[in-house]
Write a protein that binds this ligand. Structure first.
Ligand code: GLN
Length: 307
């Protein structure tokens, strides 16, 4: 298949839509990003990459980091993790407080903010303290992307904490229900540090390969998680990766995917490739408007989807 021509066609077709999205402005450091940008990359199992647009530009991965923290928490805690976090779609916005109150402090899934904050707490338990948890997550991201230069942007992490009222409220609510073990500020800051990691679409599409290949990196042969864990992570990505728009994403794109308010979306085609797209303008659900459209065009043009 001529992937390069398909990516070029997609870039042409989405250009008129770039002006329609709205950059996340509740994190001041992200509100400065120019919305008029688009990048897309795919990485095949032999390492071959195809890209178009701003595919080397680093952007804030934000909630895409929840995929990597969930992977590690599942690896170390196994099924016990589901005592503190569910695996059902929430049908609510990513930062909603209402459901968490009704459900007694147990987040619906690891991809809404409450769930990811809870996962970070579980990782701090495993690694012993918040600094080690942060460093180990970063080390894991560098390994799966095969890229040692990856860093978290401290300006974004600080900016998030300065305006982190909602996330702090979620963490405090979980603490009040005895479903958070560590200090609220430490957990939320560690969560923000992971969200503020910066990567390009080239790096992210490479980083998805272990999930496309039953937990084993097809290039290095390194095994990160079991096939069963990879299957479950992909299932939760499909059902919960886009919050209250997860059904819509499955309907239009037909792949497991995870979005972030930085405008990135990762997706994968099992046994075939990792995919990443970035465009900072968001739709009303907080997912990249053009990114979602580009992925829909990709599965339509290639005929590749999981269905
Ligand atoms: N760091 C962001 C937040 O907590 C992540 C949200 C997202 O990407 N959807 O609000």
């Amino acid at each position: 298949m001529d992937y390069q021509s398909i990516l070029n066609e997609i870039a042409d077709e989405i250009t008129p839509l770039l002006k329609d999205g709205k950059v996340a402005d509740y994190i001041p450091a992200l509100s400065m990003v120019d919305p008029n940008q688009f990048g897309m990359s795919i990485t095949l199992f032999d390492g071959t990459q195809y890209s178009v647009g701003h595919s080397n530009t680093l952007f804030s991965i934000q909630s895409i980091s929840k995929l990597f923290t969930f992977t590690l928490a599942l690896k170390f805690h196994g099924f016990d993790l589901y005592k503190r976090i569910g695996h059902e779609p929430s049908g609510n916005p990513f930062n909603s407080l209402v459901q968490l109150e009704y459900e007694k402090g147990k987040p619906r899934n690891p991809f809404i903010n409450a769930g990811a904050i809870n996962v970070t707490d579980a990782l701090i338990n495993h690694y012993g303290d918040e600094t080690s948890a942060y460093e180990e997550v970063l080390k894991f991201i560098r390994a799966i992307a095969d890229e040692d230069s990856i860093r978290s942007n401290p300006i974004v992490a600080v900016s998030e904490m300065e305006h982190g009222y909602r996330n702090l409220a979620l963490a405090n609510l979980m603490k009040s229900f005895n479903n958070l073990d560590n200090n609220v500020l430490d957990v939320v800051q560690t969560y923000f540090n992971h969200c503020a990691v910066e990567m390009s679409t080239k790096m992210l599409s490479r980083a998805m390969l272990y999930l496309a290949n039953h937990g084993v990196d097809p290039i290095t042969g390194k095994s990160y998680i079991t096939a069963q864990q990879a299957k479950r992570i992909n299932a939760v990505m499909l059902t919960c990766g886009h919050y209250d728009a997860s059904g819509d994403f499955a309907f239009h794109v037909g792949l497991p995917g995870k979005s972030g308010v930085g405008g990135g979306i990762v997706a994968l085609i099992p046994k075939k490739m990792g995919i990443a797209v970035w465009s900072p303008g968001l739709n009303s659900n907080g997912n990249s408007l053009v990114g979602t459209m580009a992925l829909e065009l990709f599965t339509t043009k290639t005929g590749l989807s999981i269905f």
